[in-house]
Design a protein around this ligand. Sequence first.
Ligand code: COA
Length: 152
Amino acid sequence: MVVEVVQAVSDVERAQCRALRYQVFVQEQAVPPELEVDGLDDECQHFLARSSRIGSDVGSEALATARARATGRGWKIERVAVARGQRGRAIGAALVRHILAQAPRGLTVYVHAQEGALGFWQRMGFAAEGPGFVEGGIQHRVMLWSESPAAR
Ligand SMILES: CC(C)(COP(=O)(O)OP(=O)(O)OC[C@H]1O[C@@H](n2cnc3c(N)ncnc32)[C@H](O)[C@@H]1OP(=O)(O)O)[C@@H](O)C(=O)NCCC(=O)NCCS
C-alpha cells in the first residue's frame, strides 16, 4: 500500500477527517462528542493520510488525520488519529512529519499529548513540559517540538 499525506481541503476530504476523528476519539476513547466537535475546525489546517493507488483516485481509504492551528502560544497540532487497524505501521509518524514540514517558522510547535502517546511524540522530537492535566477525561502533558524557538 502506498500512503500519501495531503492537506484536506475538499468537502469529501474534510468529511473523511471528521468521520475518522469521531471513530477514534468519541467511539473508541469515549471523549464527549461536544468536546470533539468544538467549533474550531474552520480555523484549522486539516491533514489526511490515505492509501493511494497510483493513477487512480478510486478506492482510496482514509488512514489517519490531524489538524493544526495558530494559538496564543504558537502552533498547536491536535486530533492526531490513526485508524485502529492501521496503527504501528509508521502512518502516524508520516503524518506528523508532513505537518512539521509545514510548521510556520518562528512559532512554538506543541501538542497536548495523551499520556499513553508520550512515547510516540518523543519519537517525533517532542519533549514534555510542566505537570499533567485532564482533557476530555484523558490525562495529558504539554509537549514542545525540540526544533521550536521556545524549546531550544
Ligand atoms: C498515537 C498514534 C497517533 C500513533 O500512530 P501510529 O501510526 O500507530 O504510530 P507509528 O507506527 O507511526 O509509530 C512511530 C513511532 O512511535 C512509537 N509509538 C507509536 N505509538 C506509541 C505509543 N502509544 N507509545 C510509545 N511509542 C509509540 C512507535 O513504536 C514508533 O517507534 P519507532 O520509530 O522506534 O519504530 C495512534 O496510536 C493513534 O491514533 N492512537 C489513538 C488516538 C490517539 O491516542 N492520538 C494521540 C493523541 S495525543
